[in-house]
Design a protein around this ligand. Structure first.
Ligand code: S3P
Length: 175
């Protein structure tokens, strides 16, 4: 059985896209996007959860979802490629599970790359609705999160290019 793989990094760093490429290279592993898992679990979208229950409740759901996934993996022997949310690692219990139960890769992108990607694919991201410019919000969150991504990951992958296959190949060669 292969160890689980997790992808962490800021919103717009390409976690979902790299996850999809990786899952083509490692077809025996099941790809799970944590946001989609939580949406399926609750029947609500991420923005709806933030609106009705707030960020703290969402963080608890991320933790519960991870517990669920790792428990299922242990029972069934399945291995997962987990594409996590940009803020999942800010919860200590999640960090612990990620370090213990996965080989964790940080998709590290510069603020310039993140702003460029988030302008191209804005999506609906509650954490970016702050009234500040996109760049200052990314800088502000990255100042806090950058060191946490670095200390949580087992490996760091350069995510400044939009060649997601190359990033997936980097990951496979570091396994
Ligand atoms: C969040 C990132 C989002 C999603 C939620 C909160 C964050 O996921 O989990 O909106 O705190 O950075 P992506 O990183 O996939 O956009």
């Amino acid at each position: 059985m292969m160890d689980n793989i997790s992808l962490i990094g800021f919103m717009g760093s390409g976690k979902s896209s790299v996850g999809k490429e990786l899952s083509k290279l490692l077809p025996s592993m099941e790809l799970i996007d944590l946001d989609s898992y939580i949406e399926a679990m609750t029947g609500s979208t991420i923005p709806e959860i933030f609106d009705s229950e707030g960020e703290a409740a969402f963080r608890k759901m991320e933790k519960a979802a991870l517990e669920d996934i790792f428990m299922t993996g242990e029972l069934t022997g399945a291995s997962y490629i987990l594409s996590l949310g940009g803020g999942t690692v800010m919860t200590e219990a999640c960090r612990r599970m990620i370090r213990r139960d996965t080989t964790c890769f940080y998709l590290k992108a510069s603020v310039d790359t993140l702003v460029r990607n988030l302008e191209k694919w804005p999506g609906d991201r509650p954490m970016l609705k702050s009234g500040k410019s996109l760049r200052s919000r990314v800088e502000e969150l990255m100042a806090v999160r950058g060191p946490v991504y670095e200390k949580t990951a087992h490996h760091i992958i350069n995510a400044d290019s939009d060649d997601y296959l190359a990033a997936a190949l980097d990951i496979v060669t570091s396994l």
